[in-house]
Design a protein around this ligand. Sequence first.
Ligand code: HXC
Length: 298
Amino acid sequence: QTAGPLWKTPRTMPMDKYEYLSDVWRDGIFDNKVVFCTGGAGSICSAQVRAMVHLGANACIIGRNVEKTENMAKDIATARKGARVLGLGAVDVRKPEALAAAAERCAKELGSIDFVIAGAAGNFLATMDQISSNALKSVMEIDVLGSYNTLKATLPYLVESAEKYKVDGKTRPKAGTGGRIIFVSATLHYAGTPLQSHVSIAKAGVDAMSVSVAIEQGPKGITSNVIAPGPIAGTEGMARLSTDDSRRETRRQIPAQRMGYVKEIADATIYLFSDAGNFVNGETIVVDGGAWHTSSID
Ligand code: HXC
């Protein structure tokens, strides 16, 4: 049995035809599991969570805007009958105590935290000389410290989950994985991107953090990986960072000759969190149609 044709297009996605998940994945692979996601009301992270929920997980999404976060939680919950999705707004990832309280509430209400997606990010277009030290600090605090705070708040629950589902050939249960974290990063820092120095600096830190988690926490059964999306159509990032002209130019430069779909980020997420991703740790999966390789070519 496959996941089958999927959900309606949410209003935040002005695309003609949108699917959120390839039908190669099986229903129920995340039954009784819980995913905790920061930035969960955003275009990319909501698709990642929606796919997890569709395949059996319950979820807790974290955001700064209360209404947007609560509405998105309700919308995601429609992906599967009986799904439970908590939307915790007014939680700023820059505040460790707020994240700790959110993680505690998630574990208490939904029973565990098996998977974490650290997706909250801040961005704008500006050259280095237009950016104040406080502006860089804001982005560093949201992207780097925010991801770190997310990790710290959820690690005890992830370790508990990893212990339960440890893949050692003996104690492994019939199905299921846990104790996994994905950091949502970017490709901007690979070749250097004008107007994006602040995010490039921050995302390089996020990438380094993921590898540190992988090697230090790996012996406890934790896996930590990065997904680096390229230009993804219909997202807040694209809306903030591009114009019609620049989007046309971006599409021309991408080897795949198109932008990505949020579904393609969701698919990478499912891969890493599923049994198929058991031995992938400390890696970055770039999902960009080959874009960063040609980003500095005219
Ligand atoms: C220069 C700017 C600026 C701009 C803000 N600042 N916008 N500087 N150019 N366009 C400066 C301010 O002047 C201030 O510095 C400092 O940044 C902090 O601004 P605040 O507004 O006080 O900060 P805050 O309210 O905390 O907002 C943080 C933010 C904002 C990052 C600036 O944009 C935000 O909240 N973004 C969250 C949502 C978001 O960006 N989502 C998109 C993610 S897309 P001074 O010196 O004046 O005090 C993404 C995709 C990446 O990540 C990959 C793409 C391919």
